[in-house]
Design a binder for this molecule. Sequence first.
Ligand SMILES: Nc1ncnc2c1ncn2[C@@H]1O[C@H](COP(=O)(O)OP(=O)(O)OP(=O)(O)O)[C@@H](O)[C@H]1O
Ligand SMILES: [Mg+2]
Length: 227
Amino acid sequence: MLISLQNISKNYQNPGSGLWQEVLTDISLEINPGDSLAIAGPSGSGKSTLLNIIGTLDRPGKGTVSFDGTDINAFSENQLAAFRNRHIGFVFQQHYLLPQLSLLENVLLPVIPVKDKKLRNEATARATKLLDEVGLAGKMHHLPGQLSGGECQRGAVVRAMINEPGVILADEPTGSLDQTSAEQIGELLSEINKKNKVSLILVTHSEKLAAKMSQIYHILEGRLCKL
Ligand SMILES: Nc1ncnc2c1ncn2[C@@H]1O[C@H](COP(=O)(O)OP(=O)(O)OP(=O)(O)O)[C@@H](O)[C@H]1O
Ligand SMILES: [Mg+2]
């Protein structure tokens, strides 16, 4: 999936002073299938804002975001939600697994809108295989509270992969993990990117993780600069 950002700007109004702040200024970027990008920059520089715009969770003030040539600005909220669920995998700093569901049920959450029984069965088989590949075969029926932080995050990566997205967006995916688990998640995301040709865009403060990506960008004063 080719993702294209053209002249994106984003303003936010300060809820206290009412003043507008330009967080992103005239950002253009093309992401080809299989690309891997790290986005770094100081706290508050707009990294999550940019990732949320790419992920269609937020709309730009100016500019266009298109996927395979389709400008998604005209999409309704429902169309966007369906598009996002089908084509974009998200991983955040927190795993956001639902505490009352098993790991397997959590991984299958993005499959809920799928009504076709055959496709659902295929997704379950895929979930089992992916969980096995990340070393969680024996823990599929555990609740998140019965798993370690690193195991939950591996589960969250599998959930992001379940609908075979064209791109994975990861916002500080290793930010709440110890060094060993962080390295495992970094390795896992990189492997998925290389093996499955899924594009990977990740925001990170870790230079080690950023170095695994083929392109490194910084956001400085609202502008995206390539290192
Ligand atoms: N909904 C909002 N309303 C007003 N201002 C906002 C809103 N969301 C973000 N901001 C502001 O936009 C700026 C960029 O926020 P963003 O979350 O993108 O930063 P970040 O680079 O991800 O920072 P961090 O590394 O701390 O996660 C911040 O100054 C923040 O206060
Ligand atoms: Mg952020």
